[in-house]
Design a binder for this molecule. Structure first.
Ligand code: GLA
Length: 725
């Protein structure tokens, strides 16, 4: 049993493997969030309900009286708008009279084994009913008749809790949801740093750490996608927390659209944290009996530092988010045509790539952008998903047969949610793009966006894709999305539902992705958005890997991959060796091997020497495959903290092997370097493959090794592989 209810005290206690979360029902059925942190056995939370002093004037519930309890300062489990809780609110519902006061009170609850899926949305799952328990608390706003269900799942084998919310209209009147966050936490202190990951195209997921201050702070996206700019991830780490120690709370939103993650510190030095759909440009009409489902937030607690938070996310996503055949099966080592040829290819050239790739041991050829319509550059044909027979005479079959005939698998690129102005689909259906009446929509990379909120648009795109996928033997699809959403509107949405557009768009995308994965469970899907512009757990639910960045330079990739690793596992992190020139092929390979690994270059142009390096990399890829896939990541030197070096380890779950990689970004003169390794078993003895020596885990972790002058020139790198003796 992980969820306990103490009927007398009216307290819920939700235990994961290493954390406890406590919710209390107070007088007048206020729902209070009383504790989140390390595991505790008892529930003496009586004194936690009231906080004094108040900001300026105490506003009290008249039935309770002015006893010191006020929503202004109480730890509200799900803070609502307008009823004396003045902090950033999680919920605001406008009723038929136009009032926005929202005040929910406990009416009942259910506890059950396992975890339910959320209709229409990606979410994490329990592999068996005894892996998790779920609590659903029903709360009602008696004036509007909104029935708000707060949903919590705790996992027995990891310190993970998920939160989501649904709102049902039990009244006879229409109501409008103006904001509905998925998670709300009230912490009793503000002794936290906020850690977020920001970036831009080709420089995704940089780590930002800042101390919380009084007032509201946080990150959001209004771009229609989770975006390059800010990722739907946030952590609250104690000021003293480091990579290897201290309390950290990590939050990741399982959603690919507009989001918001905000922390507010108040006059009592407490912290409210909320995460959910961005309320900007959001309003949802809820007719009688309708239900709105808000996506879920994955919440991780650890007192063992930021590194351990990452490892908890990684293991959890590998086992409870990623689905399908490739969750456990080995994925093919691929070569992608993009940086090799851009739009300039034909069947002959691709088959020539395949020839060399085969000699090198590569297992799959992916034909990227440019195979459809009359697409010779990025100005046309998105939406016309039929083969360009000038480039591929006779269609896909001769190419695919040729590639398969050489013993390679074959993959193809799509950008299903886009429409080029120069396309047959646009000429026939100009109203199928996202637009607002009387406004000329913006273009981005010369393209418009298909109105995914429309069933007919989705059906058309699906029928085109399905036609190709059903008639050809395709092993892999890359699903791209190369601009952000502006001019958000649909020709079909009536005036009163225009605020639903952004969410309906992403629901439409999810519906199409679900059609894809359920119809073609054997095709490996890789997400993409101008590199890593839609790198979030929502996409991971459909595609077990995501292209991390269009920047394939090994040194730049260090920042990108370190930042990505804050919450996303190596198994999903698309990483390729390209012809970029800043480092040699050894370093490019070592950096890419951290992720899904592959090539993004014209293999015919490799020198003999480079070919030998590639062949060795292919061997190493197989040798270390399961270590990378299932191992634990330890960040040793972060490029965000050190200008010169970056280093990381992958340690197998049973601690019997470890691969250490060190990369020199910039040479440092006269500097010594000692590395104390992490995550090993102090009792075990390990043989280092490179120096042939045997060391105890205790030695490696406490004394470490002297790596002075090793890999000390710009772009140089080394790996050390340790195996239990
Ligand atoms: C995006 C992707 C690239 C490539 C191009 C094709 O930028 O990130 O990998 O697929 O689109 O146009």
């Amino acid at each position: 049993m992980s969820i306990f209810y103490d009927k007398e005290k009216r307290l819920f206690k939700l235990d994961t493997s290493d954390s406890t979360y406590v919710i209390g029902i107070y007088e007048e059925n206020y729902i209070l969030g009383l504790y989140y942190g390390a595991k505790i056995p008892d529930m003496n939370f009586g004194g936690f309900c009231k906080r004094l002093p108040s900001a300026s004037f105490s506003l009290a519930n008249p039935v309770i009286g002015e006893t010191g309890f006020t929503p202004d300062t109480a730890p509200m489990e799900y803070g609502c708008n307008g009823a004396a809780d003045f902090r950033i609110s999680a919920l605001c519902i406008k009723n038929a009279a136009g009032d926005r006061v929202t005040d929910i009170r406990y009416v009942g609850h259910r506890i059950f084994d396992g975890k339910k899926a959320i209709p229409g949305l990606p979410s994490t799952y329990a592999n068996s009913p005894d892996e998790a328990q779920t609590l659903e608390i029903d709360a009602v706003d008696s004036v509007t008749g909104a029935l708000v269900t707060l949903v919590y799942t705790v996992f027995n084998n990891s310190p993970v809790m998920t939160k989501s919310v649904r709102v049902r209209n039990t009244s006879q009147n229409t109501m409008w949801i103006e904001r509905v966050y998925s998670a709300c936490f009230d912490f009793v202190s503000m002794d936290f740093d906020l850690i977020t990951i920001y970036g831009r195209h080709a420089k995704e997921r940089n780590i930002n750490r800042r101390p919380l201050g009084h007032g509201v702070q946080g990150v959001e996206s209004k771009r229609g996608v989770s975006s390059h700019a800010q990722n739907p991830f946030a952590a609250l780490a104690r000021h003293t927390a480091t990579e290897d120690s201290g309390e950290v709370y990590g939050f990741n939103f399982v959603y690919s659209g507009n989001f918001s993650a905000l922390a507010e510190c108040d006059f009592n030095d407490t912290t409210r944290f909320i995460m959910g759909i961005n309320p900007t440009d959001f309003e949802w009409t809820l007719n009688p009996d309708d239900t709105f489902y808000a996506p879920e937030v994955v919440c991780v607690y650890t007192d063992k530092g930021i590194g351990e938070m990452s490892r908890i996310f990684h293991r959890f996503y590998n086992s409870n988010l990623i689905r399908g055949r490739f969750k456990t099966e080995k994925r093919p080592l691929l070569i992608n045509s993009w940086e090799a040829a851009y739009f300039d290819f034909d069947t002959e050239k691709l088959l020539a790539f395949a020839d060399v790739a085969k000699q090198l041991g590569i297992e799959m050829l992916v034909m990227d952008d440019g195979w459809f319509g009359h697409r010779d550059d990025d100005r046309s044909s998105l939406g016309d998903w039929y083969v360009n027979t000038k480039k591929l005479p006779g269609g896909l079959k001769p190419l695919i047969d040729g590639v398969h005939g050489k013993g390679l698998k074959f993959g193809i690129w799509y950008e299903p949610e886009m429409i080029s102005p120069d396309s047959d689909i646009y000429r026939a259906h100009p109203d199928w793009i996202i637009h607002v009446e009387n406004r000329q929509p913006m273009v981005g990379r010369h393209q418009y966006i298909a109105d995914m909120s429309r069933q007919d648009v989705r059906d058309n795109i699906w029928n085109q894709m399905n036609d190709t996928l059903s008639k050809n033997d395709i092993d892999y699809v890359k699903w791209d999305f190369n601009r952000n959403i502006s001019d958000a509107g649909s020709a079909l949405l009536p005036k009163e539902r225009k605020g639903e557009f952004f969410h309906r768009f992403i629901l439409g995308t999810y519906e199409l992705m679900e059609r894809f994965t359920s119809t073609y469970p054997d095709i490996l899907l890789e997400g993409c958005s101008g590199g890593g512009g839609r790198f979030d757990p929502g996409i991971l639910y459909y595609s077990p890997q995501i292209w991390t960045s269009d920047n394939t330079d090994a040194v730049d990739r260090l920042d990108i991959q370190f930042g990505t690793s804050l919450c996303y596992p190596a198994s999903c992190m698309g990483a390729h060796v390209s012809a970029s020139t800043r480092t040699g092929y050894e370093t490019k390979g070592r950096v890419a091997m951290w992720g899904t690994f592959g090539y993004e270059l014209d293999p015919r142009k490799l020198t003999d020497e480079e070919r030998e390096i590639v062949k060795q990399q292919v061997k190493d890829y197989h040798k270390y495959y399961w270590l990378h896939r299932n191992g634990d990541l330890y960040r040793v030197i972060s490029p965000f903290e050190d200008k010169h070096k970056a280093a990381w380890e992958i340690v197998s779950q049973d601690k019997s092997e470890m691969l250490f990689t060190l990369v020199c970004m910039r040479q440092e003169t006269n500097a010594s370097l000692f590395i104390r390794f992490k995550g090993l078993d102090p009792e075990k003895y390990y043989v280092c493959e490179q120096d042939g020596e045997t060391y105890s885990g205790a030695f490696l972790m406490n004394a470490g090794l002297n790596l002075t002058n090793k890999a000390n020139a710009d772009g140089e790198s080394l790996t050390l592989y340790f195996k239990e003796k």
